[in-house]
Design a protein around this ligand. Structure first.
Ligand code: SF4
Ligand code: SF4
Length: 324
């Protein structure tokens, strides 16, 4: 089967996750409305998966775990999801970015719309692009230093069990429900930038993507080019959303590669480009797609099975916290 089918398949997976995240957001909104009513309306369960939107909480929990505190019971799913995404990146590159992440999905639809309208996407000058790409690594270092290195185990425990952190999920919902003009302005600017540039938020600003990209450099799975078959047409370079020079590489190990398969899907020469394990074993697109989904869900199932999924905070505690 040609690799062309991988792109519709990837978009389908993206849409399934987008629908699931919409359901998560709606369920959490209803839960907060119930807790905010003082528990006087019909009870609504809290969806634990909402903690996937708390990467900082996940990093706090991971740091606490590394410092001997165990996986915290306040937002355990945030830790499980962060660990799962790191494992997925280690095995399947930054596939989380191009198959699951809702921000990257919106970004991709935006630049594709821009491409359809303008027949091209703009590209920053190389020097500016390099400088801007460094921003996400600076943010990553800032968060890792501030949380993993600078905070002691006692400080982590105090923060994790504080009322402030307990309501991190509610605060995030509140951010979007009562968005400030400044935050709305930033989101609109980023959206506009995403129409003309390819994935500017992921490429320049996302510290999560920076961490996943560095993790992915250890992955045995890479886009691999057969130089004997390649006819140097440049199609792979043109479609790569990360502007990677695929055409001149034996295999792609850039931290910017988001595992989207666009290069493989658009190569018209049979077997010139493929996704391979250690440069040898070809991974069919359908298998890659199944692995991305199964590893992601598998990680959350491990969290459930080991009792690190649901928060220890019951509805009465949320009622108390929201009533203050
Ligand atoms: S699209 Fe395929 S044939 Fe063309 S340059 Fe890339 S790898 Fe070579
Ligand atoms: S190298 Fe291929 S898989 Fe990686 S980002 Fe570019 S198009 Fe996607």
């Amino acid at each position: 089967m040609p690799a062309r089918y991988v792109q519709p398949l990837r978009i389908l997976v993206q849409f399934c996750f987008l629908a699931f995240m919409f359901w998560l957001g709606l369920s959490f909104y209803l839960f907060v409305r119930y807790a905010g009513s003082g528990g006087n309306s019909a009870p609504v369960p809290r969806p634990a998966g909402i903690e996937g939107f708390l990467p900082i909480s996940g990093l706090l929990g991971l740091a606490g775990w590394l410092k001997g505190l165990g996986i915290n019971p306040i937002h355990p799913a945030a830790v499980v999801i962060l660990l799962t995404v790191l494992c997925v990146s280690l095995l399947l590159r930054r596939s989380f970015c191009s198959w699951i992440c809702p921000v990257a999905a919106f970004s991709e639809y935006s630049w594709k719309a821009g491409f359809r309208g303008m027949r091209r996407n703009l590209r920053l000058p190389l020097w500016l692009d390099v400088v801007m790409r460094g921003l996400k690594y600076l943010l990553m270092v800032f968060f890792i230093y501030s949380i993993v290195i600078a905070m002691s185990a006692a400080a982590l425990r105090d923060f994790i069990f504080s009322d402030y952190h307990k309501l991190a999920d509610v605060r995030l919902l509140d951010f979007f429900l009562h968005i400030s003009p400044a935050a709305l302005g930033i989101i609109l600017v980023l959206t506009a930038a995403s129409v003309v540039l390819r994935n500017p938020f992921c490429r320049y600003l996302c510290p999560y993507g920076a961490l996943l990209g560095l993790t992915a450099m250890l992955s045995p799975v890479r886009v691999t080019r057969d130089s004997d078959r390649c006819v140097s047409c440049g199609a792979c370079n043109q479609v790569c959303p990360s502007y990677i020079d695929v055409m001149h590489q034996k295999s792609v190990n850039s931290p910017e590669c988001i595992g989207c398969w666009r290069c493989v899907s658009h190569c018209r020469v049979k077997s010139a480009l493929s996704m391979r394990v250690v440069g040898r074993f070809v991974i069919p697109g359908i298998v890659f797609a199944l692995l991305v989904v199964l590893f992601f869900w598998g990680g959350t199932l491990v969290g459930r099975a080991t009792g690190h999924w649901h928060t220890m905070l019951d509805a009465a505690e949320y009622v108390r916290l929201l009533g203050r």
